[in-house]
Design a protein around this ligand. Sequence first.
Ligand SMILES: C[S@@+](CC[C@H](N)C(=O)[O-])C[C@H]1O[C@@H](n2cnc3c(N)ncnc32)[C@H](O)[C@@H]1O
Length: 311
Amino acid sequence: MQAASRSLRTTCRRTIPSLAPASRHNHTQPPIASQPQPSSTDSTSSGTTHFGFRTVPAESKETLVRGVFDAVAPNYDLMNDAMSMGVHRLWKDDLIKLLRPGSKGPVRCMDVAGGTGDIALRMLDWARENYADRETSVEVVDINGEMLKEGHKRFKKTMYHNTPQISFHEANAQALGEDRFPSNSYDLYTIAFGIRNVTSIPEVLKEAHRVLKPGGTFACLEFNKVTNPVLAPLYEQYSFSVIPLLGTILAGDRESYQYLVESIRRFPSQRDFAQMISDAGFATGGFFEGNGGAWRDLWGGIACIHTGVKV
Ligand SMILES: C[S@@+](CC[C@H](N)C(=O)[O-])C[C@H]1O[C@@H](n2cnc3c(N)ncnc32)[C@H](O)[C@@H]1O
């Protein structure tokens, strides 16, 4: 069995140089295996959707989003720090503290739109540091091979490299595929700063619901609507003038960063997104912010964590 999986890894490495070990749960799949992509889902009745502030044919959005992340992948972590002045790290830490992976024993997690593996690394570190848990595992799933390559490079420097705790998978959040990601299999599904980029949010939520075990948790960290009236205009100004400028200076790419800002504005409000999570079959808190509510605002709503439990 060991020899077989070693030979699978070797074969895969030959075709895709930056491969990580296959997940113990998914030995028939190469570690970063590309999946035939389904056609994009039309998110409106007219066959169009939004790409930032532009209206585009629904079927072209995936290609456009892929282009953005191909362009930003090598600078993604640097730009994330620069754009948020490091604050994205605090928000990601907030997400992990809320979820406490490993607190009830090892968990099987899927981090979708996981990009360079920021969330996965935090989950594994949290479980190990707090509960001496070396069995919790995270499958990082992303539509973009370039982002996954950056993630794989990063994990090579960690103790998780070449262990069953981490694996990388190229797949579309809207159609993960029963064969690769079986139904009722995961304890925790996370998606951070990813869902606003997809063509159809309901399809992503439907897939999240499918793969989670009954009682499993869905958690989404995303930019949202700023509710604080003092912060809102300052944030608006910062987003539309500073972020594209930083994109130009640090990455030589204004357009991709302009898209990132615009996509934040197009994302549904906290309440509307909570409704979508509930419509997908998750039990959420009440449709309000805070304890007992469906979401928690971070920094006045600049970012927000929504959770739901599969019932
Ligand atoms: C802003 S990055 C977030 C990366 C990481 N979660 C983080 O917080 O640093 C958004 C990611 O979503 C991915 N993505 C966009 N559309 C996707 C889709 N339909 N399915 C899976 N991943 C997708 C992109 O490739 C990109 O890596």
